[in-house]
Design a protein around this ligand. Structure first.
Ligand code: BDP
Length: 478
């Protein structure tokens, strides 16, 4: 994305300190949203399919890393979204020779500054992708080329994906960030929602004829929240998901794009989630944040690759769930600053801060969000209460300040014991040394946390200390 910085109202710039003492009360019987089993997700560039061995069951390390994000009980999975800027210059080659012996060059987030690299997508890449999805248990949102493709070729490609990946296909998307096509030189300056809707309809008609059962999502826009409602109204019968992107900051060259800003409230996010809520109310189509990360144009060094981004990642997942969103896809790939998983299949993989945020969310698991109250309110301390599928009451707490905070917790129910899993790093700006449950994640998803810390509880109350710059998952035994 290349969006102008004025789109972001200046949020929490300049650090305010957190209150030393906070009361937190949970209402386990009051639902505040649902976290489904496939809420989590990653997003990769379509150009990644140019290496058919990347998303393949044989890429065992990557399979392990994806599976780990499926959480503690193995019942959860996730959604892989394929798209990004490079989807607009990726072309289906039904008779294409797969470049199996080619070196697997890293495919990072595309910066959108020029027409992205040309990529051939072959049947082998799709068959291997299917193997990868079976090995991980994940679903697929597959983006088709709208900007430089044709409806007929897209239908050929979609038909192959549909037949090969079968029940793993959650939806097809048509076009990536059409609202900024005019900035990327892909369409004329006056290209607006009506023009996009007309093109979308043309593709849809051809695809629907060929694949009567296929499902669709959209508009997959970059930031034009005002495209959401007209698009949702026009295509509600044809859509299983409404989608839009969100980058918390950008461009990376702007010195005001900082860790403090990332961790503060963001009015752009609030506006986007409010529109998504309204669109769902009106049309009944649920919203998924189909592409997101901390800073567009590939991320910002010193922000996107820091421990602050781990906290930001996990909290954003709860923010989306709390407004009724059904899922999220963190964009990444290659060695991009914000990628949750870095590396290549030849050189191996390693996890980045965002991955730890996703892992915390995975450990907390699926279930219902419950009403949660913090007093006094502070932008740097937040909490999300949950009732797990097994009924267990949990709460995920975030301390984005540089001071420890004492929490006076009322669980709303009696508990016989509490345990805590800590997400910690050396500092908000640290790029290394973070752990969840005292353990780091290895390059194939290996993770051996220490036994969770047991906290004293008296009836429904407990007192705990939230260390500076940390998050905790607290689970109550009944
Ligand atoms: C979005 C694109 C994606 C980019 C990302 C970025 O869909 O391809 O990698 O933003 O700019 O615009 O980092």
């Amino acid at each position: 994305t290349a969006v102008s910085p004025s789109l972001f109202a200046a949020p929490g710039n300049g650090r305010t300190s957190a209150p030393g003492n906070v009361r937190l009360s949970l209402s386990p019987d009051r639902s505040a949203g649902t976290i489904g089993r496939d809420f989590t997700g990653l997003s990769y560039e379509s150009a990644q399919l140019g290496d058919p061995e990347f998303f393949s069951a044989d890429n065992k390390a990557l399979v392990g890393l994806f599976r780990r994000l499926g959480g503690a009980d193995g019942r959860q999975s996730g959604v892989l979204r394929i798209g990004g800027n490079t989807s607009e210059n990726s072309h289906w080659k039904a008779d294409g020779q797969a470049a199996t012996d080619a070196a697997s060059a890293p495919v990072g987030p595309d910066t959108g500054k020029k027409l992205p690299r040309l990529t051939a997508i072959t049947p082998q890449a799709i068959d291997n992708l299917h193997g990868f999805l079976e090995a991980t248990g994940w679903g697929l949102i597959y983006g088709l080329n709208l900007a430089t493709g044709t409806p007929e070729v897209a239908a050929d490609e979609a038909e192959y994906v549909w037949k090969s990946c079968g029940k793993r296909v959650i939806a097809f998307q048509i076009g990536n960030e059409a609202d900024i096509f005019h900035q990327n030189g892909l369409r004329k300056p006056d290209y607006g929602e009506p023009e996009f809707a007309a093109e979308w309809q043309k593709y849809f008609d051809v695809l629907r004829k060929r694949l009567p059962e296929a499902r669709f999502a959209g508009p997959d826009t970059a930031y034009r929240t005002d495209w959401m409602l007209p698009f949702a109204r026009a295509f509600q019968k044809d859509l299983v998901l409404l989608t839009e992107h969100y980058y918390a900051e950008g461009p990376p060259t702007d010195p005001s794009m900082t860790i403090d800003r990332l961790l503060g409230p963001n009015s752009k996010l609030q506006a986007e989630l409010a529109t998504a809520q309204q669109a769902r109310k009106e049309t009944g189509v649920p919203f998924r944040l189909s592409e997101t990360n901390s800073c567009y144009s590939g991320g910002k060094e010193g922000v996107s690759n820091t421990f602050a981004a781990a906290l930001w990642t996990a909290e954003l997942m709860y923010q989306v769930a709390a407004t009724g969103g059904v899922g999220i896809n963190f964009h990444g790939g290659g060695y991009g600053w914000y990628t949750p998983i870095a590396g290549t299949r030849e050189k191996g993989f390693s996890v980045r801060p965002g991955y730890y945020g996703m892992l915390l969310f995975a450990q907390a698991g699926a279930g219902e969000l419950i009403e949660t109250k913090l007093e006094p309110e502070s932008p740097l301390v937040s909490a999300y209460g949950l009732r797990g599928e097994d009924g267990a009451v949990k709460v995920v707490l975030f301390n984005k300040s540089t001071d420890a905070v004492e929490i006076d917790l009322d669980l709303g129910r009696k508990s016989s014991g509490l345990n805590a899993l800590y997400l910690t790093g050396p500092s908000l700006a640290a790029t290394d040394g973070m752990t969840l449950g005292g353990a780091a994640v290895s390059g194939d998803g290996g993770w051996e946390p220490s036994a969770p810390e047991v906290l004293p509880v008296r009836g429904r109350r407990a007192v705990l200390t939230l260390p500076a710059a940390s998050a905790i998952l607290v689970t109550a035994e009944s």
